[in-house]
Design a protein around this ligand. Structure first.
Ligand code: GAL
Length: 368
């Protein structure tokens, strides 16, 4: 846990936060004047980043470093304190308290439980901090940013229906019921599947998004259904898609003859499976635009500047359920456009993807 060892007096720090003193005042008071932010004993503005879990690779591999780098680029005297909740809501509540006690004036919060995050937001706001709901909606937040999540679900389902020729049975694996995005992916997917020729054999809401639960769910279904009954799998994200592939290959499917499986997050393992013909598609959400928009907003807020109606990179502010918001577009990735999307954007290099057993698949797809 970053810097928590430096918190000498939580109660005192909360009081200082509540009085609206600067972040650095709080930190310096506790740490004897330790100044991480630069020369001359200047004050550092503390920005907290709180992410929900680490099994999904995007958070530690993209969101965190991109956010930190952008803050560092935009602000010499800002300091980012980072926390990962490991899917534990109680832990995240404590992390918000710690962030407040560390003097954070801006809290960028990707909640484990969106609907349950109101109390955390209120504590932060009462201490004088501004809260940005990052990627998952929180009704009480001051700002929100995410991708168009209902469209994600629609795109996944459309790709699946098309890959299945609009017929056959599927297993449907949604995300965590606590994650507001999961409900939106699910609604978007149902809006396509329910009117299609595809039949949902069984549906599952995976409580923690984990690959392990996904694998167990599919393994259990294989004792009820013949392999020939399962002609497709809707998996809401790539982590679960990995668990699905493990269950299917462990349960009688040949790795070369898997049914179409969906995903999301453009994890490198998913891009490899797509090239190897083991996953039909993923959703690529260009994380830089999201992380950098959050960083830009956080720095402006920490500096007490007006955030305006569009960001420096031209993203327009909109309204989402009464909260000033920034919504970005998701992109479908299949074997046909890996090169034009994740590689062209520099999200991955060909070397990241074309390793070991995937070298051949890359060559076949013209990626080198
Ligand atoms: C969602 C998020 C996805 C993914 C998922 C867990 O809330 O929108 O990008 O991170 O959680 O895989």
């Amino acid at each position: 846990m970053s810097r928590s060892h430096r918190v000498a007096g939580v109660g005192a720090a909360i009081l200082i936060g509540a009085l609206g003193l600067t972040a650095c005042g709080a930190n310096d008071a506790q740490t004897g004047g330790d100044d991480d932010a630069g020369d001359g004993g200047g004050e550092s503005k503390v920005i907290a980043l709180l992410l929900p879990e680490s099994k999904t690779t995007r958070y530690e591999a993209f969101d965190k470093p991109l956010f930190e780098d952008k803050v560092a680029e935009l602000c010499d005297d800002c300091e980012v304190v980072y926390y990962n909740a490991d899917q534990d809501e109680a832990k995240q509540t404590q992390q918000v308290d710690t962030a407040i006690s560390e003097g954070a004036s801006v809290i960028v919060l990707d909640p484990v439980n969106g609907a349950g995050a109101g109390g955390m937001v209120t504590s932060a706001q009462d201490a004088g901090a501004t809260v940005i709901a990052y990627d998952r909606f929180i009704a009480e937040a001051d700002y929100y940013m995410s991708f168009d999540n209902e469209t994600v679900g629609k795109m996944q389902a459309e790709a699946l229906v098309e890959a299945m020729g609009d017929e056959g049975g599927i297993l449907m694996l949604n995300g965590s019921p606590d994650d507001p995005n999961a409900a939106q992916f699910k609604a978007g997917a149902h809006s396509v599947l329910d009117g299609s020729g595809v039949e949902i054999l069984e549906e599952y809401d995976n409580p923690d998004w984990s690959p392990e639960n996904a694998q167990k769910f599919v393994t259990d279904q294989l004792s009820k259904y013949d392999t020939s009954d399962i002609q497709g799998v809707y998996a809401a994200n790539d982590g679960q898609a990995g668990g699905v592939v493990a269950a299917l290959t462990g349960g009688g499917f040949s790795p070369d003859d898997l049914p179409p499986i969906t995903g999301q997050d453009a994890e490198v393992a998913a891009i490899q499976r797509i090239l190897a013909g083991q996953q039909a598609m993923t959703i690529y959400k260009p994380i830089p635009i999201e992380a950098e928009t959050a960083a830009e907003l956080a720095v402006k807020l920490a500096n007490g500047e007006d955030v305006g109606t569009s960001t420096d990179s031209g993203v327009e502010q909109t309204d989402y359920e009464g909260v000033p918001s920034y919504i970005f577009d998701p992109i479908v990735v299949t074997a046909d456009n890996v090169a034009d999307t994740v590689i062209a954007d520099g999200f991955y290099s060909a070397e990241d993807i074309c390793t070991g057993e995937y070298v051949e698949a890359c060559e076949a797809a013209g990626i080198s």
